[in-house]
Design a protein around this ligand. Structure first.
Ligand SMILES: [Zn+2]
Length: 280
């Protein structure tokens, strides 16, 4: 990655207040798989919102997989791309981040203003009393209710790290209820077919309204919940830059784009923008 490759983004963004829209590609370098990037197919058997709400066996399959998946997910650390965005915010050059990611790594990197469009796996909500339980606390309760599960599940899981499990392995998994009322628990994230909560969407639009430019980071923009911000930015005549490995649905609306790993591009971009700002 040379400075020349970052130059078009720098030219586009210098002197403007940036809002970043981030997706899975921002976290792949943290070891969290991007199922839509790299030409790979979509996630296997994605959880559908309606099925999760209606069918106990779908919730059992979800929590059986998630109990295994959490062990890897919760240990992930922010990468240089997350750090660069936090640095730009601290320098006053970035107003905030709208993210499609549910890993909370922007917060871990030090970003302060973050709108989590799809929620966060770190929170679990009771569908009956609405109490929120930290996912880490729930993990301990799930492991207590299913002794030996991690070892058994790890043996049954696919070698690529996807926590997909055969039906016979899931059948014996014990799902636990809300610690307060015994009600049904759901990770506080938007599943496929679910909708983004109105207060969350309002916060995202409010953030975009402060933008002098939109920077898309690590998203192919295939999901409308993210693409709509690019479309609105375009309608309002805001400059749009894209950093993503591979093509995106927003390419035709962008004035500058770089196809390279986020963790390589953003630190250079942040350095250049910060240097330009301090020389004013
Ligand atoms: Zn409850």
């Amino acid at each position: 990655m040379s400075a020349d490759e970052v130059a078009p983004l720098f030219e586009l963004l210098a002197g403007r207040r940036i809002v970043a829209l981030t997706g899975a590609g921002c976290s792949t370098e943290s070891g969290i798989p991007d199922y839509r990037g790299g030409g790979r197919p979509g996630p296997r058997n994605p959880i559908q919102h309606d099925a999760f709400m209606r069918r106990p066996e779908v919730r059992q399959r979800y929590w059986a997989r998630a109990t295994l998946g959490w062990e890897r997910f919760h240990g992930a650390q922010p990468n240089d791309g997350h750090a660069a965005l936090a640095r730009l915010e601290a320098a006053g050059l970035l107003a905030g981040v709208i993210t499609q990611n549910v890993d909370r790594l922007h917060h871990a990197a030090g970003s302060r203003r973050v709108v989590e469009l799809h929620g966060a796996l770190a929170d679990v909500r009771c569908l009956d009393c609405r109490e929120v339980e930290p996912r880490a606390a729930l993990q301990a309760r799930l492991l207590d209710a299913n002794p030996g599960w991690l070892a058994a599940a790890a043996g049954a899981a696919r070698p690529d790290g996807d926590a997909e499990l055969p039906a016979e392995a899931v059948a014996g998994f014990q799902v636990v209820g809300c610690r307060g009322c015994g009600g049904v628990l759901k990770p506080d994230v938007v599943f496929f077919g679910g909708t983004v909560a109105e207060p969350t969407l309002s916060a995202a639009w409010a953030l975009l309204a402060e933008a002098g430019a939109l920077l898309v980071v690590g998203s192919s923009l295939t999901v409308y919940s993210g693409f709509r911000f690019v479309r609105r930015a375009h309608e309002q005549g805001l400059p749009i830059g894209i950093v993503n490995l591979g093509p995106t649905r927003g390419d035709a609306l962008a004035q500058a784009r770089v196809s390279a790993p986020v963790g390589q591009v953003l630190p250079q971009l942040a350095d250049a923008l910060s240097a330009a700002e301090s020389s004013v």
